[in-house]
Write a protein that binds this ligand. Structure first.
Ligand SMILES: NC(=O)c1ccc[n+]([C@@H]2O[C@H](COP(=O)([O-])OP(=O)(O)OC[C@H]3O[C@@H](n4cnc5c(N)ncnc54)[C@H](O)[C@@H]3O)[C@@H](O)[C@H]2O)c1
Ligand SMILES: N[C@@H](CCO)C(=O)O
Ligand code: NA
Length: 442
């Protein structure tokens, strides 16, 4: 006979919450907790009460009673009247020890910290399993957009084959501004920081680390396999030029920083997973091409469900707080009624495919001398390595003519070898840029 555990709480006993960090996200979480206290009580079954808010400096006026503020996050987490810990500090070491302390003592944790989850997913998930504590992190991927819960729960009975998304608001904001108005990279980044989208260190955004952490989380959920940030191939947007965007426009494409998670087969037909983040050309007809500004979108392809698309605000204090609050209500209900949210699922343990085996299409932009034999010489280098050419376009004539080759699907390693060989040709070929082309079938 199985036993069922019910909470012994009554509706008079509040659920105690500790909020760690009062920056962009924490400020909005605290505001909603205070402004919506009656609704939250009705939705949970018991009052949800802030026991304390950990901040770095008390003296700043934050519009909350001063007695709620503390600089001692460890002591706040350890309080007996704290049932749920909301971590919105960011960073790695401090939140790691606070989250582990909370989980080890059976407290529920809600976090928006994708960097931490992607690096320490094993340690944190195992701590939650040991004490059967709740660990919720909807805000960690694509801000307000429900995507963690759909993968973990709604699609738990389906087989997910592919997840492709724009999951970083800052870089999407920058690329959209550069494409639409020709705005500069630096000024767009400064604006994204001012609007509260960028990480404390925006290198995490522009170099793709933030998107890679989110890709690791998405792939873990989609493929029931533990994937960490180190498993994700990553390129950021710092090398994307105004010329790349102009090229994209001429091809009826745009450039987006994509997170791609997919099942791929090795030569023996065994299943592996490929998880990667890079800027890529995307046809304007693709649904992700129309996602602009700090908006994010995630397309999930599942065997029975087919294609699903999730779209919305992927960054910013209030949208992210919405996702945190959804998790907080879940965790509070579990405290009140008993029961537990879903834990980590890693049973499939699929291997990660090396980046060199990853199949993609490429757009190769070359400067060449327009002389007899050059085009056939270039084409020969592609065909020698099994990289099939889809289209070739020449622009200009004489020295410095442009040759633009678009390939069919080829392995990353074959393309890299081709580019290296082109540089060795006796006639002059300068590869100006190589952009991957996603969102097409061939
Ligand atoms: N801003 C967003 O759009 C967004 C979206 C999704 C997820 N996130 C994640 O949410 C987390 C918070 O992001 P944010 O934008 O609010 O960051 P933020 O830098 O605005 O806020 C963090 C706050 O925590 C405080 N803090 C740092 N160390 C502390 C400590 N030891 N004790 C108490 N307070 C401490 C800082 O002073 C700061 O006020 C990060 O993990 C981030 O990756 C942010
Ligand atoms: N810095 C992140 C915040 C949301 O996770 C972004 O720009 O998407
Ligand atoms: Na989300």
């Amino acid at each position: 006979m199985t036993s069922t555990s019910y909470s012994s709480r009554t509706g008079d006993q509040p659920i105690g919450v500790a909020v760690l960090g009062m920056g962009n996200v924490g400020t909005e979480v605290v505001r909603i907790l205070r402004d919506r206290a009656d609704d939250l009580k009705a939705r949970v079954g018991a009052p949800v009460v802030i026991r304390g808010i950990a901040v770095r400096r008390i003296e700043i006026d934050r519009g909350v009673p001063e007695e709620l503020l503390t600089t001692d996050a460890d002591a706040l987490v350890a309080r007996d009247d704290v049932d749920i810990v909301v971590e919105v500090i960011g960073g790695i070491e401090k939140p790691r020890s606070l989250i582990l302390a909370a989980l080890n003592s059976g407290k529920s944790v809600v976090t928006a910290n994708k960097a931490l989850l992607a690096d320490y997913t094993g340690e944190i998930a195992e701590a939650a399993e040991r004490t059967r504590a709740d660990l919720y992190f909807e805000a960690a991927v694509a801000g307000a957009i429900p995507v963690v819960r759909p993968l973990m729960q709604s699609l738990a009975g389906d087989k997910v084959n592919r997840v492709v998304g724009i999951v970083n608001g800052t870089t999407n904001f920058i690329l959209s501004a550069m494409a639409a108005t020709g705005a500069g990279y630096e000024e767009s980044l400064a604006e994204a920081s001012r609007l509260g989208y960028a990480e404390a260190d925006p290198t995490a955004d522009v170099e793709g680390y933030d998107a890679a952490a989110k890709a690791a989380i998405l792939a873990s959920l989609a493929f029931h396999t533990r994937v960490t940030a180190a498993d994700v191939y990553r390129e950021g947007i710092s090398n994307v030029t105004a010329e790349d965007l102009a090229t994209a426009k001429a091809l009826d494409c745009t450039v987006k920083l994509l997170a791609l998670c997919e099942r791929v087969s090795d030569e023996d037909g065994k299943e592996r997973i490929s998880v990667r983040v890079y800027p890529a050309l995307l046809p304007l007809s693709h649904p992700l091409a129309r996602v602009d500004g700090a908006f994010n979108a995630v397309v999930v392809e599942a065997e029975a469900a087919g294609r699903l698309m999730f779209y919305g605000q992927g960054a910013g204090g209030a949208p992210t707080a919405s996702a945190v609050m959804g998790d907080l209500v879940m965790a509070a209900r579990n405290k009140f009624y008993g029961g537990r949210g879903p834990g980590e699922s890693t049973y499939a343990k699929l291997p990660i495919a090396p980046m060199g085996d990853t199949p993609t299409r490429y757009h190769v932009n070359m400067e060449v001398a327009d002389r007899p034999g050059v085009l056939s010489g270039v084409a020969a280098e592609f065909s020698k390595r099994g990289v099939s050419i889809s289209t070739v376009r020449q622009e200009g004539a004489g020295e410095g003519a442009r040759l633009v080759v678009v390939t069919h699907i080829a392995a990353e390693s074959a393309l890299a070898e081709t580019v290296a060989a082109l540089a060795e040709l006796e006639f002059e070929v300068i590869v100006k840029s190589v952009l991957r082309l996603e969102g097409t079938e061939e």
